[in-house]
Design a protein around this ligand. Structure first.
Ligand code: OAD
Length: 251
């Protein structure tokens, strides 16, 4: 059923949202869909770039085989992002930062839209498309929104690569550990706009649930996590997060 009013938000979620102290939000590509960012999967589609599936062009092997092609794909994606803005869902989450005494935002997204909206201390599980990293000395460099990116490392002169986690690579040191610790402690966990297929990010809601958290999924489609969730809100994040907030004011 498509929810259109705050009174349709399940009462148990309204209560949890009103009383929880420790809240964790895990987001994926779907939260940026209403900003115009294409998702990787979903709706029966899977992203392809110049005939290469996204998990081939975004892979550790491709960095070794053809770094310019990897940059071309990421330059293309940054080019799209330049003109896009955060949507109602990103903005709602910024408001949640100060509402709960312990709030943790974990994203699989590399698009930087949470921070653009004003989110702070975001755990970026998969890095950022707005940073480059030296393949030798690992120094990172911000990529300006409105300027060309650097070609080579200003510290050692070697090649730069996108500072994102590619298929076949480890997560940034500490990111998962920090997120898992918050997941184990949270009372309320939202899983928003992710197909929940990529691990270990998808294990965070499982950790939360195992430790007694109330789990709420927000997604227009069902995912492998749906059955584990206490509440599944079927629809768009940009519409539903506002309804959750309104429902709390009413209760
Ligand atoms: P996916 O593209 O796999 O999934 C996007 C999810 O968002 C799907 O379940 C959609 O149904 C849902 N969705 C679409 N529109 C939505 C909306 N308006 N509101 C809420 N949900 C919506 O994206 P991720 O799960 O983020 O890794 O993918 C995980 C990782 O796979 C990504 O971080 C990326 C990719 O490989 C890297 O780039 C390293």
């Amino acid at each position: 059923m498509q929810l259109t009013t705050a009174s349709q938000i399940p009462v148990e979620l309204q209560k949890r949202f009103s009383t929880a102290q420790r809240v964790l939000v895990l987001t994926g590509a779907g939260i940026s869909a209403e900003s115009g960012v294409p998702t990787f999967r979903g709706g029966g589609n899977s992203a392809v770039w110049k005939g290469l599936p996204f998990d081939v062009i975004s892979s550790a092997q491709m960095v070794k085989r053809d770094l310019p092609a990897v940059w071309e794909w990421f330059d293309y994606r940054r080019g799209i992002l330049k003109s896009l803005a955060p949507n109602a869902a990103h903005k709602a989450i910024v408001g949640w930062q100060n509402k709960f005494s312990e709030f943790t935002l974990v994203t699989q997204n590399v698009d930087g839209l949470h921070q653009y909206a004003g989110a702070t201390d975001v755990i970026e599980m998969h890095g950022s498309i707005w940073r480059a990293r030296c393949i030798s000395c690992h120094t990172t460099f911000e990529i300006p929104r409105n300027d060309r990116r650097q070609e080579d490392c200003a510290s050692c002169g070697d090649h730069l690569r996108p500072d994102v986690v590619l298929f076949g690579e480890m997560l940034p040191t500490g990111a998962f550990e920090r997120a898992a610790e918050a997941a184990a402690k949270c009372e309320l966990c939202f899983v928003i706009g992710t197909s929940a297929l990529v691990y270990p990010a998808a294990s965070l809601p499982e950790i939360a649930k195992t430790n007694g958290a109330f789990l709420c999924e927000v997604n227009p489609e069902r995912t492998p996590l749906s059955d584990l969730c206490d509440v599944v809100l079927t629809g768009k994040a940009g519409e539903l997060l506002d309804l959750i907030e309104l429902s709390e004011l009413k209760s």
